[in-house]
Design a protein around this ligand. Structure first.
Ligand SMILES: *Cc1c(COP(=O)(O)O)cnc(C)c1O
Length: 405
């Protein structure tokens, strides 16, 4: 009786505590509300309010989220392989489809082998701890994705941090890390808030000079960057030279779910033995693997989607710059329209929604204070008139809010 009473009392205290914290988040203007979509993800989406809007905030870079070809491939696998695996990979969660997708991803990136995960968050969370010990060093870009930061935390290797894409700082950190046994430099391929591409040529040169390995997270660059969408290793002609690449099936590559680590054979083999999110979490459903196989085949057969995405991105950025907007330099499909003020970025996004353009304002703590912006994500699913409509709406609202003349 006593413990039951105490338990209730404890939750009432905790409830007050959480309510207070939630109120603070609300008052700071940092509370995240989710809009509800009642249609497939595409260039247009239908909201539960009945409003149909042009979508510029999905990671649907190649427009494959509602691809007929992927739906067909997934549907066939639902019939041949069923719905779920009900198992981790090493017990009874590996099908021929999982193995084929792993092979195809390795071929696509010119690597030796691939291991699939439920998400790239897991791939990054499970990559460091099995490979490196306290004798080793991880040298990580300050703006790397949260999942890399978490993965590094789980590993005992000594940590070094360099300022975003700052090669002088990277060199300094590499010098500091010379005492360690093995060194691994880790970077995002494309940084999601600015859309900037990591200078992989310089990173690779420094890695050679200071005897380090390199890992790149291609989540925002795979399918997007490089003539055929093979990511930053293609852009910098480093195919086959990077030890570890991680990526997601949840963005350009179909947008469903799933992540992967691809790279040197022995690294992947060790991850299969020791990587905790792989050993202790379910296998991706076979129909997702089947759609992934079809997706890689499509990307290998032709560059039409990649070409269209590149054309769309260049067109949008050049016209927005021409209209007077302050755009972060980018070679990706992410276009950061700088507004600097948090409130302005929220008002701007709300006004754009009224014009039928769905974008999100980003402000502190997601980006540094006074660097608020609207992030626009371009897709191969956008037609030129979609882009024109967005540019016109940006221009109209930009003039109304005094952002441009
Ligand atoms: C989205 C993203 C991830 C996480 O990928 P999921 O497959 O959605 O878990 C990891 N790293 C980077 C850089 C990302 O942008």
């Amino acid at each position: 009786m006593h413990s039951l009473f105490n338990k209730t009392a404890m939750y009432s205290g905790f409830k007050d505590y959480l309510t207070g914290q939630l109120n603070e988040i609300q008052e700071a203007g940092l509370y995240k509300n989710e809009r509800i979509i009642v249609s497939p993800q595409g260039p247009f989406i239908m909201l539960d309010t009945g409003q149909e809007v042009l979508n510029f905030c999905a990671n649907n870079y190649l427009g494959l989220s509602n691809s007929g070809e992927l739906i067909r491939a997934a549907g066939e696998a639902l019939k041949s392989h069923g719905y779920g695996m009900s198992s981790v990979r090493f017990i009874c969660g590996t099908t021929d489809l999982h193995k084929e997708l792993e092979r195809k991803i390795a071929q696509f990136f010119s690597t030796e082998d691939t291991i699939l995960y439920a998400a790239c968050f897991d791939a990054n969370g499970g990559v460091f701890e099995p490979l490196l010990t306290s004798e080793d060093a991880i040298i990580s870009d300050a703006l790397n994705h949260a999942s890399i930061i978490d993965g590094v935390r789980l590993c005992k290797a000594k940590r070094y941090r360099y300022e975003n894409s700052d090669m002088e700082d990277l060199e300094t950190q590499l010098q500091l890390a010379q005492e360690q046994r093995f060194r691994l430099i880790v970077t995002d391929g494309v940084f999601s808030m600015d859309g900037n591409v990591a200078p992989m040529d310089e990173i690779y040169r420094l890695a050679q000079k200071y005897d380090a390995m390199v890992m790149v997270d291609e989540c925002h660059s795979a399918g997007v960057v490089g003539k055929s969408g093979r990511g930053v290793t293609e852009l910098f002609d480093l195919g086959g030279k990077i030890e570890i690449i991680t990526g997601t099936l949840g963005k350009a590559f179909g947008g469903a779910i799933g992540g992967f680590t691809t790279g040197k054979r022995e690294i992947i083999e060790m991850l299969r033995q020791r990587s905790r999110p792989y050993l202790f979490s379910n296998a991706i459903p076979p129909f997702v693997a089947a759609a992934g196989i079809r997706m890689i085949d499509m990307m290998t057969e032709t560059n039409v989607l990649q070409d269209k995405l590149h054309w769309n991105s260049e067109y949008f950025i050049s016209r927005m710059t021409g209209a007077g907007f302050d755009i972060k330099p980018t070679r990706s499909a992410i276009c950061a329209v700088m507004l600097y003020d948090a409130r302005l970025s929220q008002d701007f996004a709300a006004r754009l929604l009224k014009e039928g353009i769905y974008v999100i304002g980003f402000y502190y703590p997601v980006v540094p204070k006074d660097l608020a912006r609207i992030r626009v994500q371009i897709s191969a699913a956008h037609e030129k008139d979609h882009l024109d409509k967005a540019i016109d709406a940006f221009t109209k609202v930009g003039r109304e809010l005094g952002v441009i003349k």
